[in-house]
Design a protein around this ligand. Structure first.
Ligand code: ADQ
Length: 482
């Protein structure tokens, strides 16, 4: 079987200090499944003139990790500028945070070219190349320009917006054209795939689009499919149970002193709806005083992208909000909200999720959201907690038995929080059992095997298997009860 080559902006070596980020979780799982090569940035930048970096290669078991350092100035314009100042807000439909600067766009193309040049000598004939996420949209086209004929797939971990939003990007057509240098394009949900295909239809009229998700461009066929990312429920369950049995998580449990734990676990990002969530918690404490002193809200919020202004100002706003909630409601023996910026090992986070009676996952927009899935898997099935989930997260399409909320609706979140805390055990168990089934139906293994099968099928010129998955995808996003 041909070798799988994963490419992402950042490579995380196994057993590196825990890093928050769904992409790393996903690629690690893909590497465990099939071995192969993972290529990307090392996390280091270097001063001086731009030149083609050469990769540092490390082997661990059946996997090889190849990392490159990147020149500081273009890296900053590429990563903090175009990737996270332009594409991230655009793809999440936050046009008010979107900006476009020509020099950042040029640096983005330049860094993608450096990726392609550094990857080229590592490639072997017959490799299947899987490129991850919005940082590397032009990479396939750059590789083709260097003469690479291997099968190339691209998976977008974040949403794809409607064309009216996408076209705000001056380079919208050229980026679409670059993506069509791939053989397979993967999306988290059917609406993301449809939005992408519609953007191609509108911006590139020379492409022919068939109902089955094939796009014909210059005599080639590109498959646009849906591959919702999942987790390994059994592994999370085991990790959570182990972590809850001792150490830090056990101590945290004792520290609750019988109070029920409400938890949130996110990277600090305006897309995660943290400010609205804090406001909803404040409203909950105001309007349901009987819960004061009876609950503790723990929010793990890992810092990142601090060189992007929107992120540093979000951090300050969250500190102010948590401080003001505590100032207003705290008692000498009760802290309403514990807001923690420190990263924790994955196992500890899973253990804390298991301790919680309610998990608040309320992004304003999210490609999938793995925390929602991890929370379900981490629960004790005999006494499970309740998930309050944004209907604007990709995960809401599968996790219909969560309490679904509009993340902008503060009152609805506060109301769902009360409903979750009051939910009888029988209902919690029934919902949890159905949610767990949904996790097993679309786990991480299926994500990786379906995508790789599509990629290899395109390599063999066979019909690929990226048809949309129709779970609860067609149901309206209303809340179920019972
Ligand atoms: P992210 O936006 O990073 O991922 P998410 O899917 O929730 O979001 O994954 C975060 C991961 O990091 C989870 O495994 C979580 O446990 C971990 N994590 C988060 N905060 C942490 C903390 N404070 N300490 C330790 N670990 C923490 C992107 C997209 C998502 C998509 C994933 C995967 O934005 O929509 O689900 O990729 O495709």
């Amino acid at each position: 079987m041909s070798r799988l080559v994963n490419v992402s902006n950042r490579v995380i070596l196994p057993r590196a200090v825990a890093s928050a980020g769904g992409l790393a979780v996903g690629i690690n799982a893909a590497m465990r499944e099939s071995g192969g090569l993972w290529f990307g940035w090392s996390g280091r930048t270097v001063a001086g003139a731009v030149q083609t970096p050469s990769a540092r290669v490390v082997r661990r078991g059946s996997s090889t990790y190849a990392t490159i350092d990147l020149p500081r100035k273009p890296f900053d314009l590429y990563y903090n500028g175009f990737a996270n100042g332009t594409l991230w807000p655009l793809l999440h439909t936050f046009l008010d945070r979107f900006r476009f600067r020509h020099e950042e766009h040029e640096a983005y193309l330049e860094v993608n070219r450096l990726f392609a040049l550094a990857l080229l000598p590592l490639l072997q004939p017959g490799d299947a190349i899987w490129v991850h996420d919005y940082h590397l949209m032009p990479l396939a086209a750059q590789l083709r320009a260097l003469g690479v004929h291997s099968a190339i797939g691209f998976f977008l971990h974040v949403p794809f917006p409607g064309f009216d939003v996408w076209r705000a990007l001056p380079a919208h057509a050229s980026l679409l054209r670059a993506l069509l240098a791939c053989d397979v394009l993967g999306f988290q949900t059917e609406p993301d795939r449809v939005a992408f295909v519609e953007a191609v239809r509108a911006a590139l009229p020379q492409c022919r689009i068939s109902g089955a998700g094939s796009i014909e461009v210059a005599g080639r066929t590109v498959l646009a499919g849906v591959y919702p990312i999942g987790i390994d429920p059994a592994a999370v369950q085991a990790e959570a149970a182990k972590a809850a049995g001792g150490g830090q998580v056990h101590d945290a449990g004792l520290g609750l002193q019988g109070r029920r734990l409400i938890i949130g676990v996110d990277r600090i990002d305006y897309s995660k709806g943290l400010l609205q969530r804090f406001e909803a918690y404040q409203h909950f404490l105001e309007t349901a005083p009987q819960y004061r002193s009876a609950v503790t809200y723990l929010q793990l919020a890992q810092l990142g992208r601090q060189r992007v202004h929107a992120y540093s100002s979000m951090r300050r706003a969250l500190e102010r909000s948590a401080g003001s909630i505590n100032g207003r409601f705290a008692e000498v023996d009760w802290t309403p909200i514990r807001y923690v910026n420190r990263p924790f090992p994955h196992e500890t986070v899973m253990g804390l999720l298991r301790l919680a009676r309610v998990c608040l996952v309320t992004p304003l927009r999210d490609g999938m959201n793995l925390v929602a899935k991890e929370f379900i898997a981490a629960q004790d099935p005999s006494d499970p907690g309740v998930l309050v989930l944004s209907d604007r997260a990709g995960a809401a399409r599968e996790l219909r038995d969560a309490l679904l909320v509009n993340p902008y609706d503060i009152l609805a979140i506060a109301q769902a929080l009360r409903q979750a805390l009051d939910m009888p055990l029988a209902q919690r168990r029934a919902r949890h059992a159905r949610l767990l089934q949904a996790l097993h139906r679309h786990d991480i293994r299926l994500w990786q095997t379906r995508f790789v099968a599509s990629l290899r099928a395109s390599q063999d010129g066979q019909e690929a298997t990226g048809q949309p998955l129709l779970f609860a995808a067609t149901l309206p996003p209303t809340q179920r009860t019972g």
